[in-house]
Design a protein around this ligand. Structure first.
Ligand SMILES: Cc1cc2nc3c(=O)[nH]c(=O)nc-3n(C[C@H](O)[C@H](O)[C@H](O)COP(=O)(O)OP(=O)(O)OC[C@H]3O[C@@H](n4cnc5c(N)ncnc54)[C@H](O)[C@@H]3O)c2cc1C
Length: 454
């Protein structure tokens, strides 16, 4: 302990049981509870401190759990007993926003929304926008390769990461990628570490590319009396040649509960709504919004509303971001799956989720970043009810099997974590698992970094 305090300063180490207990949770339904209480929580202030901590942990084979805001929903920052939780939030400096080259460099603990606000002041745009952006960190976003509603047009975190500063489990500080738009020197370590869920390296700095801030946006709400038609509309919009910034699908359970929570006049009798945004040159926005509205009507939308102004549009997006919180008022345990399928299979996937909910007699609400095929089948349950949890487990397994049968993936953005670990071989196959184990062994020979994940 003295050595650790010597590295980061005694004021940056938590030892009291009550403090350590607070780090046995993240936003998933997994909790380490008493058994998994970490030995200590440390807040390093630099890559050099992270490195010194890892050298020490590696020598003594102490498990290390990197942590940003702890907002992941896959059990990714749940420690095992005796572990060192390493929280990166002290490292929260934006190093540079380089307008001429349209890149920025920031430390891992910077809050995503704060970073976006700073780049926007300069007329620039960092698109990845997890609904948790008000509290998630850039390091956590990189580790999970976070996505968000804007993924339909702009992609996910990995599409913006040009390079990293990261510390390997053995303590070496590595710089990957470059401050350039192109870089093919050596293996693509940037991509390897991005999405590795904190199992291969601790990210300390992130270099990202930026875009010009879109001049304007338009938000539409299409109301459907039939879920199938709403789901079918998703690929029809893209086939018409319009790429919306976001295309979110919400079912009736979500609509009702969000409305009860935020009171903005959502259509509570609708079977489904599509919340759609287009952005860019104001000269083309009306045309794009017109095409989308026409397609929605042709597909059976009973109403298509266009937000009159920024305030009305903001209300809709605030409501969308409150979705998770709204659902947690229904049942105490909310499990947000994030299976992702090819866009044209969304209707089939929604039908499968509903059939599975009926079969196991549980509540599963459906919300999706449908524009990129990412469906959040949201299981509303109570983890204290063991009998119901057994049914939930079976239902989740069936959702995963259905997803893979539809050429989908187990996770589009939330990560495998502890939650889906046992299902990963179904997607990766033995060869894929073998390759991943070989990479993990090469970089982390003593298996100290997030040893229980993936
Ligand atoms: C209300 C709500 C809405 C959400 N919406 C979205 C969404 O739209 N899209 C989406 O993708 N996710 C979403 N999430 C999930 C979550 O916010 C993201 O996974 C986010 O990227 C996690 O960031 P964090 O800073 O909280 O990381 P944490 O939860 O602390 O950590 C996540 C994982 O990364 C590792 N890690 C953290 N920091 C580092 C680092 N510096 N170096 C190496 N490893 C690290 C941890 O060990 C852990 O495995 C949502 C969560 C909530 C609660």
């Amino acid at each position: 302990m003295a050595a650790i305090k010597g590295i980061v300063g005694a004021e940056n180490v938590l030892e009291a049981y009550e403090d350590r207990y607070c780090y046995t949770y993240d936003a998933s339904a997994v909790t380490a509870g008493r058994e998994g209480t970490p030995a200590l929580v440390v807040y390093p202030g630099s890559a050099a401190e992270v490195s010194a901590l890892l050298v020490l942990a590696n020598a003594h084979k102490i498990p290390v759990i990197p942590r940003g805001a702890g907002s992941n929903v896959s059990g990714g920052s749940i420690p095992r007993a005796g572990a060192m939780v390493m929280v990166l939030t002290r490292m929260n400096r934006i190093v540079i926003i380089d307008r001429r080259n349209m890149i920025a460099e920031a430390e891992a603990g910077v809050i995503t929304a704060d970073f976006q606000a700073e780049v926007e002041k300069l007329g620039l745009f960092y698109p990845p926008d997890p609904a948790s952006k008000a509290f998630s960190t850039l390091g956590g976003n990189v580790a999970e390769c976070a996505g968000g509603p804007r993924g339909a047009k702009y992609g996910v975190t990995r599409d913006y990461v040009l390079g990293l500063e990261a510390v390997l489990p053995t303590g070496e500080i590595v710089k990957t990628g470059a401050r350039t738009m192109k870089c093919v020197a050596g293996y693509d370590l940037t991509r390897l570490i991005t999405g590795s869920e904190g199992t291969l390296a601790v990210v300390t700095k992130v270099i990202v590319k930026l875009l010009p801030l879109p001049e304007a946006k338009k938000t539409l709400l299409a109301v459907f009396a039939d879920m199938d038609r709403a789901a079918e509309t998703v690929s029809q919009v893209f086939m018409a040649g319009v790429v919306p910034t976001t295309l979110e699908l919400l079912d009736n359970i979500y609509i009702r509960n969000i409305e009860e929570y935020v009171h903005i006049g959502l259509p509570v009798d609708a079977e489904a709504v599509l919340l759609i945004e287009v952005d860019g040159d104001p000269a083309v926005l009306d045309k794009q919004a017109g095409i989308i509205a026409r397609i929605c009507r042709e597909q059976g939308a009973t109403e298509v509303k266009v937000a009159r102004d920024a305030k009305e549009a903001d209300e809709l997006w605030v409501a969308r971001r409150a979705a998770f919180a709204a659902m947690s008022r229904v049942r105490p345990t909310v499990i947000g799956e994030d299976c992702t399928v090819p866009r044209d299979r969304i209707p089939e996937m929604v039908r499968a989720i509903r059939a599975i909910a009926a079969k196991y007699d549980i509540i599963i609400a459906v919300l999706g970043h449908a524009g990129d095929g990412n469906l959040h089948a949201t299981i509303l349950t109570d983890e204290r009810d063991r009998e119901e949890m057994a049914r939930v487990e079976q239902a989740a397994a069936e959702i995963f099997t259905a997803t893979l049968a539809m050429d989908g993936t187990l996770t589009g953005e939330h990560g495998i974590g502890l939650v889906k670990k046992k299902y990963l071989p179904l997607e990766m196959g033995e060869g894929g698992m073998m390759a991943m184990r070989a990479i993990k062994r090469a970089l982390d020979p003593n298996n100290i970094l997030n040893p229980d994940l993936i």
